[in-house]
Each structure stands twice: as structure tokens, then as C-alpha cells.
Ligand binder design. Structure first.
Ligand code: SIN
Length: 326
């Protein structure tokens, strides 16, 4: 696309962070406003017209339903404006996978929506934020991007929201995808997709809601006792995702406590605490009324389960079909 019009929604994070020194390790995310940021970007001479809007300026550990609702409303409005070609969201890297996946599940695949962050603050030596941003502009201005759902651009690579996860605490190559790794390579001057888009013009898969039900994650460890379950689950809890050991396993007494909850109608999803790996159904899942998370990590399984419960789905077989099918 020649000179695409791109809306930039800024939420903060390290891409807008400052340390006050080029070499200091600690820093504060969300220090640079979108207008100042786009002034810096102007110096790059990118082939795009950028319009900025500040949604928040915070670390992404503080992003939740209120900001997701604002982002969803802004992007939905932008999708309806014919003169806007794509949307970029600047975001902290710590929870970018959750925001990306929620938007992926609740937006139509009709215009490019790209999340981007940085691993180093803006005044650090080797700041990666401007390059990642220039790469994101390249992707958001590409007519083939939208048919791949919501995307995350980090470290010269493009990831689909469903696959992407932050895998390292440091370094500019901190992101990985599973089960697919990156689906494209990008630089400020070139974009190579691996394969054809698979969601062209697809409608939103779920209705967005800010009122996401309470779905905590139970991270299993050796020696866990069932009282961890009773301490986690409150009267507000509507479902539980288990970040199990190995392929979604847990000590028998913990399983018994969760089976009792499932028998009372609470959806229980087995995921893995490992960074990569499928959790498939096992024969006991039928009598236990458990759901297998397949390739979704616990934080993404939690997002999908919350949306399904919000839509009124609590039957384990119906929930399993949604985890299998997307
Ligand atoms: C954050 O997620 O806001 C801080 C970390 C980062 O952006 O890399």
C-alpha cells in the first residue's frame, strides 16, 4: 500500500519507557506520550501517515478489562472508517499476548491490527522500539495482513496472536510462537509472509465484553495439596484453568478437588505450565468433565474460557469443541 493511513493507539510499556541513563537496568515503562513518540518516528521517513491516540501510559501488568474495552471500541470504530488502512497498538511486552489474543477473538479480520512493543527503554543503548515500530508500520500497511487476524511484531518477526508468547525476560529476541513460530519476517523495508492468509474477511468470533467472568489459573507444583484449590476458588469464580505439570497433570488429591468442582458445573481446563507443548484429551477427561487446552498456554486458555463462559457456555464438550477448533 502506498502511504497507508495508520491509527496508532498507545498504551505505554517499555516502548514508551525511560531509564534516565543509556546503561541503567531498571527503568519506568510508559514515560513518553504518543505525540512525542510520533515526533521521533517522523525522523525515520516511513511510508505512512500516522495518527496517534493515547489510551493509557502504563506498564502492561496493569492492563485489564477497562483498557481492553477502550482498545476494542477504538479499533472497531477505525475498522468502520474507510480512510483508515490499519491500526497499531503500542503495548508493554509482558502481557501483549493476552491483549492480542482477546482482540483476535473479538474483532473481525478485515483490517490489519498489529501490536508492538520493545524490550529496551527508549533512552537505552540499543533501543529496539523504533525498529519494531517501523516494522509494525510495514505490516499494518500490508493488504495481506488482515487475513491473518491480530498480529504481534517483535524482533523482526511477525506472530499470530494465537501462537505468540513472551518466552524470555531479556533480549530483543524474546518472543516465540507455538504451535507455529513466526508467520512472517519483517524489516522496515521488506515483509515476507510464510504462507497465505487463512482468515480473509472473517467476522468476529466472539462478542467483546468488559465484564469477563472470574477465571483464575492454578499453577501446579510438586507437593501441591488440595487446599490450594479451596484457597483459589471463591464465590465469584466461574471457571478454572490448571497450569499443570507436563501435559496438564496434577497430584491426585488436587485432581479430586477439581473433579468435585466440575461435577458442580464449573468448567475446568487443563493446560501446561511448560512453555511449549500440546495438552490433548486423556480418557479420564470424560468422567472428570475436564477440557484440554490443546496448544493454548494457561493465560490464553483463561481468556478463551472467560469469553465462552460470558457467552453462557459451561458444558465441557461444547467448550472442548471451541478449544479444538480455533
Ligand atoms: C511492560 O510490559 O509494560 C513492561 C515490559 C515491556 O514492555 O517490555
Amino acid at each position: 500500500m502506498t502511504n497507508p493511513n495508520i491509527l496508532v493507539l498507545a498504551t505505554g510499556g517499555t516502548i514508551a519507557g525511560k531509564a534516565g541513563s543509556a546503561t541503567r537496568h531498571d527503568y519506568r515503562p510508559g514515560q513518553i506520550g504518543i505525540d512525542d513518540y510520533l515526533d521521533q518516528v517522523a525522523g525515520l521517513g516511513l511510508n505512512a501517515t500516522l495518527t496517534g491516540k493515547q489510551i493509557a501510559n502504563i506498564g502492561s501488568e496493569d492492563i485489564g478489562p477497562e483498557i481492553w474495552a477502550k482498545l476494542h471500541a477504538e479499533i472497531s470504530a477505525a475498522i468502520d472508517v474507510p480512510s483508515i488502512d490499519g491500526v497499531i497498538i503500542t503495548h508493554g511486552t509482558d502481557t501483549v499476548e493476552e491483549t492480542a489474543f482477546l482482540l483476535d477473538l473479538t474483532l473481525p479480520a478485515t483490517k490489519p491490527v498489529v501490536l508492538v512493543g520493545a524490550m529496551r527503554p527508549a533512552d537505552a543503548v540499543g533501543y529496539d522500539g523504533l525498529r519494531n515500530f517501523a516494522n509494525a508500520v510495514r505490516v499494518a500497511g500490508d493488504s495481506e495482513a488482515s487475513g491473518r487476524g491480530v498480529l504481534v511484531v517483535m524482533g523482526d518477526r511477525v506472530f499470530a496472536a494465537r501462537d505468540v508468547r513472551k518466552a524470555r525476560t531479556r533480549g530483543t529476541d524474546a518472543f516465540r510462537g507455538f504451535p507455529r513460530d513466526s508467520i512472517g519476517l519483517v524489516t522496515p523495508s521488506a515483509l515476507d509472509w510464510f504462507g497465505a492468509p487463512w482468515r480473509v474477511d472473517e467476522a468476529a468470533r466472539f462478542a467483546f465484553t468488559q465484564a469477563l467472568p472470574d477465571v483464575p489459573i492454578l499453577t501446579v507444583h510438586a507437593g501441591m495439596t488440595p487446599d490450594y484449590v479451596s484457597r483459589l476458588v471463591t464465590g465469584e469464580t466461574r471457571g478454572v484453568v490448571v497450569a499443570g505439570v507436563g501435559e496438564g497433570n496434577m497430584p491426585d488429591p488436587v485432581r479430586d478437588a477439581l473433579v468435585a468442582l466440575a461435577a458442580d458445573g464449573m468448567p475446568i481446563v487443563r493446560a501446561s505450565r511448560l512453555d511449549e507443548g500440546l495438552v490433548d484429551r486423556e480418557p479420564e477427561d470424560d468422567p472428570n468433565r475436564f477440557v484440554a487446552a490443546r496448544a493454548l498456554n494457561p493465560q490464553k486458555a483463561r481468556m478463551l474460557l472467560a469469553l465462552l463462559i460470558a457467552e453462557g457456555l459451561t458444558d465441557p464438550s461444547a467448550i472442548q469443541r471451541e478449544f479444538d477448533g480455533r
